[in-house]
Ligand binder design. Sequence first.
Ligand code: ADP
Ligand code: ADP
Length: 225
Amino acid sequence: AARVAVRDLVVRFGSTTAVDGLDLDLEPGSFTALLGPSGCGKSTTLAVLAGLQRPDAGSVRIDDVDVLGSPPEHRPVGLVLQKPLLFPHLDVARNVGFGLRMAGASRAHERAEVRDMLRRVRLDDLGARRPHELSGGQEQRVSLARALLRRPRVLLLDEPFSQLDPELRDDMRGLVRRLHDELGVTTLFVTHDRDEAVDVADRVVVLDEGRVVGAGTPEEVYTRP
Ligand code: ADP
Ligand code: ADP
């Protein structure tokens, strides 16, 4: 698990300031929810951490290494998005193994790792299915397995379950919690739903208009007016 330190982060899109001087610290192995209304800069912050968005100012350090110069594939980061974006023509096992394959892993190593991760997300028997044969919850579990396959030290989740039924959402939150505990990965979970943030995380950071306006344990944030 890694320590993450974000300082004075600024991201502008034309005249819109999406992230406006944001500071964020994630302790190694912690589970933090990034909470705030739509448009407050949550996704943009995650995109910067993942290396998909270049900031206008600020620094991002993972275990004291400045990662802003390194491309997404060289960061020890796994990303799960609201929509899983699986390759429709590849089966589940190939989707999950894609990153390892691109990194030049042997077929045997890829298979072993994919099998282990599919078991962890309870999809043991679905490796040969195509994405269109999966339910929404199964698709998100494939997406989780893919994000975790290369054993990232940081896991980023951007509203991963917002398109699922409430009951399934509870179930998936439990799964993410368990994977976090098993793998010890520093986790940042983006949501606009306060109940979800309080339920899943040990620490909640509240954003508004691109800035941190509050942080604390779920109890502290929940009892604040
Ligand atoms: P959140 O994830 O909290 O809903 P975002 O990070 O998606 O917020 O967006 C923050 C602000 O930046 C919003 O005003 C949004 O419209 C704007 N924004 C985000 N991405 C882009 C983009 N690619 N181009 C222009 N504006 C953007
Ligand atoms: P190909 O001939 O396209 O290389 P294989 O014959 O190696 O495919 O794959 C046969 C079966 O093994 C497929 O049904 C596929 O679902 C499964 N499979 C492929 N890759 C993996 C993997 N990384 N882990 C587990 N099963 C896999």
